[in-house]
Design a protein around this ligand. Structure first.
Ligand code: SAH
Length: 333
């Protein structure tokens, strides 16, 4: 709940509305886990609200830290389901990668999360709580949030939008410092466009043509590339925000110079940049990361076509940091 919703609860209990803002500060600034700790509230209110409402916070059930200081968390929710979040400290900012669903229905053939199947959507509270929990556990203020953990954010649209508002209004993270990464659900991109948020939209493209894309990202059969590119162009025209196209590099599958040229052609004239993601190998899957030379050849083709290219920093390789790997390890243990 945000301040306004908490105020309504307080008013229903016969209390002044400002108590709602006080509770919000205890929840989102101090991160308390029970009403008894909210010492500036009358004790009667604390007891009464605790009878009708609960504070659900996740618990840290495992942590793995890599040599470069990325920490991957396995978090346990109220129903004992587990999700992953990653804390990524950089010199100039601290970023958290959050999950939006338990498992994922998109079925990407290279992805460890897809191997777990789909369990359920996360609530807005469960999404925002990951940031609060990592901020408290890591002892440093979070400046950036990327929704690139387990799940497909645009298939959990309402809860993801509500989580963005909670993170922005209550936890104080600027909209411009938040990113949603999606496989490209065109109707949801259209809905997002109309909300006109200042967030960054990242689209997992991974192939420059439908045939290969539909093999790698099966859910994309419903949203062919011409429809996806149409919704992306509408999105940038409307919001004036540049889209990031993510392109996972899989050796011998989508990393050839011809495919780089086709990608440059597909993106010609778009307000975008490309984020190249060298594959993090997943146990039990045959996909391989391309060689350094293949990665730079691919990158050069894009740059020579005038496309701005970034390459995902290689972090957390040693801690099963690829989407879904830590949860899988714990489930199979
Ligand atoms: N469902 C959303 C967000 C979660 S995945 C999406 O697909 O965008 C975030 C990114 O990590 C996606 O681009 C996804 O394709 C990529 N990814 C998944 N498994 C990976 C792996 N093993 N190595 C590298 N990137 C991976």
């Amino acid at each position: 709940m945000d301040r306004a919703e908490l105020s309504i609860v307080c008013q229903q209990l016969g209390q002044p509305a400002f108590r709602g803002a006080q509770i919000a500060r205890w929840l989102y600034d101090k991160g308390v886990r029970d009403f008894a700790s909210m010492t500036n509230l009358p004790s009667g209110l604390r007891e009464e609200i605790a009878r009708s409402h609960s504070i659900f916070r996740c618990e840290v059930s495992a942590k793995a830290r890599s040599a470069d200081n990325a920490t991957k968390y396995l978090l346990k929710l109220a129903d004992a389901q587990t999700i992953e979040s990653v804390l990524l400290p950089y010199p100039d900012r601290t970023s958290v990668c959050v999950s939006t669903q338990i498992g994922c229905p998109a079925g990407c053939v290279f992805c460890a999360t897809a191997m777990c199947g789909f369990v359920r959507n996360l609530s807005a509270g469960e999404i925002a709580d990951q940031v609060l929990t990592l901020q408290q556990d890591g002892g440093q203020r979070i400046s950036h949030v990327v929704m690139m953990g387990m799940g497909e954010p645009l298939l959990n649209f309402d809860n993801v939008i509500k989580a963005l508002h909670l993170l922005n209004d209550e936890i104080g993270i600027g909209m411009r410092r938040m990113t949603i990464s999606s496989v490209g659900i065109s109707p949801a991109i259209d809905k997002l466009r109309d909300l006109d948020l200042q967030i960054t939209l990242a689209i997992s493209l991974h192939a420059p043509e439908d045939n290969l894309r539909q093999k790698l990202v099966p859910v994309s059969r419903k949203y062919p590339l011409d429809e996806l590119m149409r919704s992306c162009t509408d999105y940038t025209n409307h919001t004036r925000r540049r889209i990031t196209f993510e392109y996972l590099l899989l050796a011998g599958v989508n990393d050839s110079v011809e495919q780089a040229l086709a990608l440059a052609e597909l993106l010609r004239g778009s307000l975008c940049n490309v984020n190249l993601i060298p594959y993090n190998e997943v146990q039990g899957l045959d996909y391989k990361r391309p060689t350094r030379d293949a990665i730079s050849a691919f990158r050069n083709v894009l740059q020579e076509s005038g496309i701005e290219v970034t390459q995902r920093m290689e972090r957390g390789h040693s801690i099963s940091a690829a989407c879904g790997q830590l949860r899988r390890r714990h489930i199979s243990d």
